[in-house]
Design a protein around this ligand. Structure first.
Ligand SMILES: [Zn+2]
Length: 144
């Protein structure tokens, strides 16, 4: 089966399988969180996810959300995108890609371009090699 090498979305895989494959013990709360998180490709903050899973009834505490997102990030299931000290997005698409952050709207948007900009590779400090590059370009709305 042909697969887009850049699309590592696991949304068609049962969440139990996703978690188990990463060595994560499946609990009821982790399952609820994973189902909400991986229902679609999204950039979501811990508070937004908390609101989403507790929409109809309080199921999961804030501490559990944070702990579980930290665990999923450690295991490579989600990517953490740090915008500033008080804002971190969790990206349900853990494949390597870059982002625009709109400072006016607070939206995080995927870049279509997935390659690391060449100038970064040619400007590395002496004696180093590139490990990873997570580019976040801050944009604002154009005012005419
Ligand atoms: Zn993204």
């Amino acid at each position: 089966m042909a697969q887009d090498p850049h699309n590592h979305s696991q949304k068609n895989k049962p969440v139990e399988q996703m978690l188990t494959e990463q060595g994560i013990f499946v609990t009821a709360q982790r399952r609820i969180i994973a189902e909400a998180l991986f229902a679609r490709n999204q950039h979501i903050t811990a508070d937004q996810l908390l609101g989403l899973v507790n929409k109809n009834s309080a199921k999961v505490s804030k501490a559990t959300i944070y702990n579980t997102l930290g665990l999923f990030a450690d295991k490579g299931l989600v990517r953490e995108i740090h915008i500033n000290a008080s804002k971190t997005f969790y990206d349900s698409n853990a494949s390597r890609h870059h982002h625009f952050y709109n400072v006016d709207t607070g939206d995080l948007i995927d870049m279509k371009e997935r390659l690391v900009p060449l100038f970064l590779q040619s400007d590395l400090p002496d004696g180093t090699v590139m490990e990873t590059a997570d580019v976040v370009v801050r944009v604002r709305n154009q005012t005419l």
